[in-house]
Ligand binder design. Structure first.
Ligand code: ATP
Ligand code: MG
Length: 253
């Protein structure tokens, strides 16, 4: 990896880029994953590279849903494994969720390497190597584990593809997504849409996990029953608008 100086004004963003590029070199991230990261970066610019109020509200509800779930599962793809393997393992630990590798560009080698990457970051069990169930999809993201995504009541699917998200919602699951693009099909179909950068969202969710674990069950239920995803999506778009207006006002003619 290229050494990024810590005082570089775009340190976080450049580091993330290096991590995804390293993921491709290691064979855990697909080459298409680079494009997905680039699209995410552009939305992050528009959002102002911060966790907005609506994102934090969605993150709180998402953690409550994971904590209350009977069988919560976190789905991991090549970008997630490259960018935040330690953070998904920490979130799984704090919420009691299982980890399952699920890939659009699936090869057995990539599945193996991602599982090893998660284990090197402290995961004890990772599903996804021997899928024994299928979702009604025409691509490899259909391959799932009956103990994991297939039977899960709550699934966190960071950096998801729209059609699988739709399918999981159709199956009656609570689907939590992390996607910087509020216009994607993923964001528009999820039960809880977190419009935030993966690494910021996971950091927030780990902290919220520690905090909400101490809450009474009724408080967690209240966070979910009062949660309004349509409002979150609408606010996420308004937050972009406001950020753009503020930036336009700063430009000197
Ligand atoms: P959809 O199928 O939901 O309409 P898409 O086809 O436009 O989405 P995909 O390539 O399926 O997009 O998924 C990648 C998504 O992940 C993009 O919307 C991108 O904004 C988002 N993304 C990429 N990197 C990050 C990141 N680091 N943090 C958060 N979101 C990200
Ligand atoms: Mg897509």
């Amino acid at each position: 990896m290229t050494e990024i100086p810590k005082d570089h004004p775009r340190y976080e963003s450049l580091l993330a880029r290096e991590k995804v590029a390293a993921g491709v070199k290691m064979g855990i991230t697909s080459i298409q994953g680079l494009i997905a990261q680039g699209r995410g970066e552009s939305f992050d610019y528009l959002i102002g590279e911060r966790s907005t109020k609506s994102a934090l509200y969605a993150e709180r509800a998402a953690v409550a849903a994971l904590l209350l779930a009977k069988n919560p599962v976190i789905s991991v793809n090549g970008n997630v494994a490259a960018l935040a393997p330690d953070k998904v393992v920490a979130l799984a630990d704090v919420t009691g969720a299982k980890l399952e590798v699920n890939l659009f560009h699936r090869t057995e080698t990539r599945v193996h390497l991602i599982i090893e990457q998660l284990k090197a970051n402290g995961a004890s069990e990772v599903l996804g190597k021997n899928p024994d169930a299928t979702l009604e999809l025409s691509h490899d993201r259909r391959l799932v584990d009956s103990r994991g995504i297939y039977s899960a009541d709550v699934v966190l699917v960071p950096l998801e593809d729209g059609d699988r998200c739709e399918k999981l919602v159709e199956m009656g699951k609570t689907v939590i997504t992390i996607d910087l693009n509020p216009f994607s099909r993923t964001s528009r179909t999820a039960t809880i849409s977190i419009v935030d950068n993966l690494t910021r969202a996971l950091d927030n969710m780990i902290k919220l996990g520690v905090e909400l674990k101490k809450e009474r069950k009724e408080e967690l239920v209240k966070l979910i029953t009062t949660y309004e995803n349509k409002r979150v999506l609408s606010e996420a778009i308004s937050e972009i608008q406001e950020n753009l207006k503020a930036m336009a006002a700063e430009v000197e003619y």
